[in-house]
Design a protein around this ligand. Structure first.
Ligand SMILES: Nc1ncnc2c1ncn2[C@@H]1O[C@H](COP(=O)(O)OP(=O)(O)OP(=O)(O)O)[C@@H](O)[C@H]1O
Ligand SMILES: [Mg+2]
Length: 252
């Protein structure tokens, strides 16, 4: 575990889940007067697939950035694994480096070329090894972004709406892919999404960020592979949409 140095550890370390891989206690992040995260507590079990929902501006990206160690000024305490990778909505590849060179950035170990080829193969873009980022389709670029995370063999995946910019078909393929990668590597995933269906298709726990804290926390016991036609799916969907303030009676 890697304790991110923060100010003021306020709460006792009470464990609410077995073998937590993320432990957040009393996390507060202010922008000016506004506390976007307000004494937030969260624990996530090792190996879980957790989806984080919340209205726009509720602080989902702020929480993810904090867990990634990309936010310098929160107060509270956080334990996260040192090996963690972030994937954003946009692939953020360095345009003047090839796919291979992008994946090699900061990569150490005995056989980087082999690790890179294996990761690109796993996400289905081995043939794009020598391509320039600007020549990739949106879906290919996001697969490369997943491969860039994969080569670091992360214990924890932090995904901030990684499929939001993709067309519906590519998005479905990517959802399947991330479920496979999660299963194959036994990692822990925290996925920020706006999409209730995506959360229910992938996650075994769904959190909703409300007023700076985890306001809703639901275990999803639906069988895998998930099917929207499962009778419990619609009820969970409605419950989550209501939590997010969407009246399903208004849906077209
Ligand atoms: N660097 C910053 N400076 C000032 N305000 C910020 C900063 N980063 C985020 N905020 C504010 O914090 C709030 C939460 O932002 P955040 O990006 O975490 O929301 P979000 O839940 O990810 O929203 P979305 O669903 O639209 O991506 C917003 O009101 C945002 O304007
Ligand atoms: Mg966001």
């Amino acid at each position: 575990m890697n304790a991110i140095p923060l100010r003021a550890v306020a709460a006792p370390a009470v464990e609410t889940v077995a073998d937590p891989v993320i432990r957040v206690r009393q996390l507060t992040r202010r922008f000016g007067e506004h506390a976007v995260l307000d004494h937030l507590d969260l624990q996530i079990r090792r190996g879980a697939f957790v989806a984080l929902l919340g209205r726009s501006g509720s602080g989902k990206s702020t929480l993810l950035r904090t867990l990634a160690g990309l936010d310098a000024a929160p107060a509270g305490s956080i334990d996260v694994p040192a090996r963690r990778s972030v994937v954003f909505q946009e692939p953020r590849l360095v345009p003047w480096k090839t796919v291979e060179q992008n994946l090699a950035l900061g990569l150490r170990g005995p056989d980087p070329a082999g690790v890179i080829a294996a990761a690109l193969g796993e996400v289905g873009v081995a043939h794009r090894l020598h391509a320039w980022p600007l020549t990739l389709s949106g879906g290919e670029a996001q697969r490369v972004a997943l491969a860039r995370a994969l080569v670091r063999n992360p214990e924890l995946w932090l995904l901030d709406e990684p499929f939001a910019a993709l067309d519906a078909l590519t998005r479905m393929q990517m959802q399947r892919l991330i479920a496979e990668v999660w299963k194959a590597h036994g990692a822990t995933v925290l996925l920020v999404t706006h999409d209730v269906d995506e959360a229910l298709l992938l996650a075994d726990r769904v959190l909703v960020l409300e007023n700076g804290r985890i306001g809703t926390d639901i275990d999803i016991a639906l069988p895998r592979p998930r099917r929207p036609s499962h009778p419990a799916f619609a009820a969970l969907r409605e419950q989550l949409l209501a939590t997010l303030g969407v009246d399903t009676d208004d849906e077209a």
